[in-house]
Design a protein around this ligand. Structure first.
Ligand code: R5P
Length: 284
């Protein structure tokens, strides 16, 4: 049985209710839940945007299903907090671990997700008590880029963390360094260096990352390949947040920018559903 949250309704028809009480508390309702007793359920629910609210809605849904004995696989294309799997300073929270153990305790038998930042490869994992199936969108992104620029395409990543996305295409990775946290209320470590030690002269280039957030990483990577004499440059990511004016900036300096629809955005050109289709029928 597939349960689809309203925040997935751009891809599938929603069949559960999520609303707000007047004070902002979340309200969830799974119609005819008694029919799900002992059933295998795939729950399609995005955990981003509005991550703190959507994570809590997921916890309410998972626990409600657990109470009728359903066995639920949570299908969430992007896992928020996945970049906080290590602490940088003493006293910081291990947010990725905390989130995974909350989802497991709430009743997720498994999480199916795409290009999870801390896993850095496809496959089946267990992380903080949560079983995770991580799928990569890299092949779909490369296929899409080839439709735009042809087969002669060099696929590279802007940092070593994203190397797993390009290695199957013979791709190389740049090296990235971030600095200290900047002053102020925002927890942000600026990108200080993105270095490229290979030749791109006269080549068509596709730069792939798992996500484009502020665009700081991708802008530096594009500047590198343009300085290196690349012919045409596309940039792509599995998850596109495009915070502030990063999409406009990237569109100005490249020959194209696109992502999957894991997070709705104006350049979400690659559909994630083919990645989930096989998984829906799998038992946790
Ligand atoms: C980090 O290591 C990720 O793979 C991305 O490179 C990063 O999160 C992108 O963030 P931003 O767009 O803010 O540079």
């Amino acid at each position: 049985m597939e349960l689809v949250s309203p925040n997935f309704s751009d891809i599938m028809e929603a069949n559960i209710e999520i609303k707000k009480f007047p004070d902002g508390d979340s309200y969830v309702l799974i119609p005819e839940i008694s029919k799900l007793q002992g059933e295998e359920v795939s729950l399609f629910h995005r955990l981003y945007p509005a991550q703190d609210t959507e994570i809590f809605a997921a916890i309410l849904l998972l626990d409600t299903l657990k109470r009728v004995g359903a066995r639920t696989t949570l299908v969430s294309p992007y896992l928020p907090y996945s970049r906080q799997d290590k602490t940088f300073k003493e006293g910081e929270a291990l947010s990725a671990q905390i989130l995974c153990s909350l989802l497991a305790n709430a009743g997720a038998q498994k999480l199916v997700t795409i290009d999870c930042h801390f896993l850095k490869k496809e496959g089946e994992f267990e992380y903080s008590g949560l079983k995770i199936k991580n799928i990569s969108a890299n092949k779909l992104l490369v296929e899409h880029a080839r439709k735009k620029l042809g087969e002669e395409l060099e696929v590279i990543s802007p940092d070593q963390g994203a190397n797993y996305l390009v290695e199957g295409f013979g791709g190389k990775s740049m090296k990235k360094e971030r600095g200290e946290y900047k002053e102020g209320a925002e927890a942000y470590r600026a990108v200080e260096k993105v270095e490229m030690e290979f030749d791109v002269k006269g080549k068509n280039i596709l730069i792939i990352d798992d996500m484009i957030s502020t665009g700081g990483t991708m802008v530096r990577a594009v500047e590198n390949v343009k300085k290196g004499g690349a012919k045409k440059v596309l940039c792509a990511a599995t998850h596109g947040f495009f915070l502030k004016d990063s999409l406009e900036k990237l569109q100005k300096i490249t020959d194209g920018v696109f992502t999957t629809n894991s997070i709705p955005n104006p350049v979400a050109e690659v559909d994630i559903m083919p990645l989930f289709k096989a998984v829906i029928r799998e038992k946790p």
